[in-house]
Ligand binder design. Structure first.
Ligand code: AR6
Length: 170
C-alpha cells in the first residue's frame, strides 16, 4: 500500500530514497526542478547523464520515460529523471504525463526504493494547468502497483500545495 504525502518545500532537501527530476529529453539540465537538482546535487549527476547520452540514450530520453542516476550530493540516493509533456491546448497528451509517474515508479521498484519524492511534473515551464497536473499525478500514483511505501509530492508554492491537497482529498 502506497501512502501519498504532501510537503510544501524544496525537492532537493528531501531525505528519501529517490527524488524525481522534471527533466527534458537532453538530460543535460535546465531551469526549475532540473536546475535546482543539478545545482544542489553537484557535477556527478550531470556526468552520469552525459554517460547515458554517450551509451544507452544517444537520442535522449523520450517524453513519458524515466531513467535513474546517482543523486550526487543530494540527501537522496537516486535521481529518477522523467520528461513530462509540454502542455497542448489542442492535443491530449495526458497519457504521457501519466506515463512519467508510472515509469518513475517502475524504475523506483527496480532500484528497490521505498520512498520517492515527486515534483509537479510539467506544471512549471511546460505549462500544464496546475489542477489537472495535480489530479493526474495523484490518481496515477494511487493507481499504479508498486513496492514504494511513501510517494511524497513536494510542492514549491502555496498554489501547487493547495491543488495537490484538493486532488488528494476529493
Ligand atoms: N522543488 C520542488 N518544486 C519545484 C522546485 C524545487 N526546487 N523548483 C520548481 N519547482 P518545472 P516542467 C516546481 O519548470 O514544467 C526545465 O528547464 C515548479 O514551481 O521544474 O516539467 C527542464 O529542463 C512547478 O510547479 O518542470 C525542462 O526543460 C514544478 O516544480 C522543463 O523545465 C515543475 O516545474 C520541464 O518543465
Amino acid at each position: 500500500m502506497t501512502e501519498v504525502t504532501l510537503v510544501h518545500g524544496d525537492i532537493t532537501e528531501q531525505v528519501v530514497d529517490a527524488v524525481v527530476n522534471a527533466a527534458n529529453s537532453s538530460l543535460l539540465g535546465g531551469g526549475g526542478v532540473d536546475g535546482a537538482i543539478h545545482r544542489r546535487g553537484g557535477p556527478e549527476i550531470l556526468a552520469a547523464c552525459r554517460e547515458l547520452r554517450a551509451t544507452t540514450l544517444a537520442d535522449g530520453l523520450a517524453t513519458g520515460q524515466a531513467v535513474a542516476t546517482t543523486a550526487g550530493r543530494l540527501p537522496a540516493r537516486h535521481v529518477i529523471h522523467v520528461v513530462g509533456p509540454i502542455w497542448s491546448a489542442t492535443r491530449d497528451r495526458s497519457h504521457l504525463l501519466r506515463s512519467c509517474y508510472e515509469q518513475a515508479l517502475r524504475v523506483a521498484d527496480e532500484l528497490g526504493t521505498l520512498s520517492v519524492a515527486f515534483p509537479a511534473v510539467s506544471a512549471g515551464v511546460y505549462g500544464w494547468p496546475l489542477d489537472d497536473a495535480a489530479r493526474i499525478a495523484v490518481d496515477t500514483v494511487l493507481a499504479t502497483p508498486t513496492g514504494v511505501r511513501e510517494a511524497r509530492f513536494v510542492l514549491f508554492d502555496e498554489r501547487s500545495y493547495a491543488a495537490f491537497r484538493a486532488a488528494l482529498t476529493t
